[in-house]
Design a protein around this ligand. Sequence first.
Ligand SMILES: Cc1cc2nc3c(=O)[nH]c(=O)nc-3n(C[C@H](O)[C@H](O)[C@H](O)COP(=O)(O)OP(=O)(O)OC[C@H]3O[C@@H](n4cnc5c(N)ncnc54)[C@H](O)[C@@H]3O)c2cc1C
Length: 427
Amino acid sequence: MNTYNKETTCDLMIIGTGMAGMAAALFAARQGIDTVQVGLIGEIGFASGLIDLLGVHPVAQGKVLDDPWQGITRLCRDEPLHPYALLDIASIRESLDIVLAFLLKSGYPHFTLPQRNMEVLTPAGTLKPTYAVPHTMCRGPSALADRSSCLLVDFDGLKGYSARQIALSLADRWPELHSVRIGFPDAKGELYTEHMARTLDVADSREKLVAAIRPHIGTAEVVGLPAVLGMYRTVRVMEDLQQGLGVPVFEIPTMLPAVTGLRLREIFEQRLPAMGIHPFFQQRVIGAQRLANGRWRFDVGRADIDFRITARSAIMCSGRFFGKGLHADRHGIRETIFDLPVVQPKDRAAWHHKDLLHLEGHPINRAGVAVDGQFHPVDSNGQMLYPNLFAAGSILAHQDWKRQKCGSGLAIATAYGAVQACARMLA
Ligand SMILES: Cc1cc2nc3c(=O)[nH]c(=O)nc-3n(C[C@H](O)[C@H](O)[C@H](O)COP(=O)(O)OP(=O)(O)OC[C@H]3O[C@@H](n4cnc5c(N)ncnc54)[C@H](O)[C@@H]3O)c2cc1C
């Protein structure tokens, strides 16, 4: 690739810096593909930081899955158009293994159970099935399974998180759950989770936190805290707290923006450039044009065009309405960068069911860009549109990641499929 100047060339342009874009960049870097990545890195891009693979199927029955792999096999049989059905199980496993190995190497290990989802606590005091949890959370599911005596701690000034509320919500399932509210070391007034996490990266603050919790431990065998246990040094923070308190400690996700999501964001943001990805973070693709030689030319900038990037291929990981990859207005749903056809209900009246809480979910949630087996966007007849354009992540049609609880898993697996297909094309 040329050095940074107004005109840049590359083999692969990845559009998007959500989970799909970051995973695609990781896979591309491992293959040594000359890659530029463009996208806005938002505060809640990685949300809770949990990696869901498949938590619910069939959604109409609200069936919560113990075994996500068996669930995927059944999902692909029941919904052959679902993006998971474009991949075999071995590829889906491989994609997740690569991302989890990357996180481990980055000092932020995640845990999975063989063939099983875990149940994690939410800040609402409910339980949610997920596939992989950060090491900071892994004692929570086992403490719940064992009904261990547990102390939940929260802090004066931390809004949207109540240890007492969580304990009350779970009282039937987990009688030995107690709560206490204490002051956070050296803090007054409203607390912000990101600031708390950065504070606990400092050893002195950890000692003060241990001293504040210790008098309340009583017979607790385990202590649960909001997810603020360090930003960069989580392994060290966990070790120090557990040693100081003499019992295992675990985190519970907080409301957004969650530190658990920010940790993922920072890891990708810092490590991908070191792996050879050329980042244009906090920039947008403003225009895309296909040149006579088949290459793509992208106009990139914040408001005005700052760079022109010519790419042999592109993977769009531009998300849905929230990510701004799709736009809905009274004329219909549009794909915002290439103006690709979007699979969508016939008219606006059919976007939503009358019942807001309809178990099947609203048809608009399954709108998106349809792709072929090589992750090329296709037209309404299923014909590939461009041999050097691929799509991955939540922009894909025929899935409802929120209800199916497959957000990050689907983003990672389809990014893997798209990069593999793109690498074959570039070769
Ligand atoms: C509130 C919330 C909670 C979630 N909780 C979980 C959870 O608990 N577990 C789980 O597994 N998943 C969860 N997810 C989903 C998970 O984050 C998904 O993997 C994700 O939303 C889909 O990722 P994506 O990369 O396809 O899209 P997005 O995350 O939406 O990313 C789209 C990207 O495209 C970029 N983009 C769009 N248009 C342009 C343009 N013109 N130029 C450049 N860049 C552009 C955006 O800036 C953004 O970076 C949650 C998501 C949200 C929003």
